[in-house]
Design a protein around this ligand. Structure first.
Ligand code: FES
Length: 277
């Protein structure tokens, strides 16, 4: 059980500024329900003063995500955009009297939603540049985000990085890359030891990860060739799929299934077996 401060509990049980502003001036959406947390922040901005007149949030997440999002809205209301942009994830956590270390990623998500909303309002592109390196495929964490969070929060171990960004918290395949980023930033050698064995996924994590890999990695590739795929069921390590569209009549269907299996083994678990319905 996590140790929550009284303020975290208050902001979780009685969150302020829940909802969505009608006709907002700025919207910031981050996270993904597949990864477990998602946050939508809407802002009303006073054009004359440049101050945030109102802020509301909707979130799918744990107690810390709700408390962090609510705290964020309280902290930014009345601030100019420049002042709001100075807010760090640590400020959000500090406002709440601290968050469990394992939940610091909730404060990072709040900071990112704010950044996305303001960038959108200013007409800047917030989405990662195409070609930007994704270090953790399970949680779609780019190297740029890792570097920023590591430096801002003085993180030195992979475990801390996972707590703040979730990177490394799934299949574990990205752990060597996270270590390399840490070494590069702090010139440490070697970074504090982390277990090399990939973490054992819970059933829920495994199912979410399989769905995520199919949606983000496999389906776009098949669709590019006129095919498609439907996930039918997951039973233990057996992933049952149906090939659709052009894939149905493709004589290379067996090869396609093998490719799907290899991808899922690479990104989720090497025990997975893919079968066609
Ligand atoms: S790729 Fe980072 S945890 Fe799987």
């Amino acid at each position: 059980m996590w140790e929550y401060t009284k303020k975290v509990r208050d902001f979780f049980l009685h969150p302020k500024n829940v909802g969505e502003i009608e006709n907002p001036d700025a919207v910031g959406e981050v996270g993904s329900i597949t990864c477990g947390d998602a946050l939508k922040l809407t802002l009303k901005i006073d054009k004359e003063t440049g101050k945030i007149a109102d802020a509301k949030f909707q979130t799918f997440g744990c107690a810390s995500a709700i408390a962090s999002s609510s705290a964020l809205t309280e902290l930014i209301k009345g601030k100019t955009l420049e002042e709001a942009m100075k807010l760090s994830n640590k400020d959000i956590a500090d406002f709440l009297g601290g968050l469990p270390e394992e939940k610091m990623h909730c404060s990072v998500m709040g900071r990112e939603a704010l950044e996305a909303a303001i960038a959108g309002y200013r007409g800047e592109t917030h989405v990662p540049e195409s070609g930007e390196r994704v270090v953790c495929k399970c949680f779609d964490v780019t190297e740029e985000k890792l570097r920023r969070v590591i430096i801002e929060n003085h993180l030195t171990t992979v475990e801390e990085v996972t707590n703040y960004t979730k990177a490394g918290g799934g299949c574990g395949a990205c752990i060597p890359d996270i270590e390399a980023v840490l070494r590069d930033i702090w010139s440490l050698k070697p970074v504090a030891e982390m277990p090399r064995e990939p973490k054992k996924l819970t059933n829920l994590q495994k199912i979410a990860l399989i769905q995520d890999v199919i949606e983000k990695e496999i389906r776009p590739q098949l669709q590019a060739d006129g095919g498609d795929i439907e996930l039918i069921d997951i039973a233990g390590d057996k992933v049952i799929v149906a090939l659709r569209a052009m894939c149905v009549s493709c004589p290379m269907g067996g090869v396609t299934l093998k490719g799907i299996e290899e991808k899922l083994r690479e990104l989720v678990s090497e025990d997975l077996v893919v079968e066609e319905q």
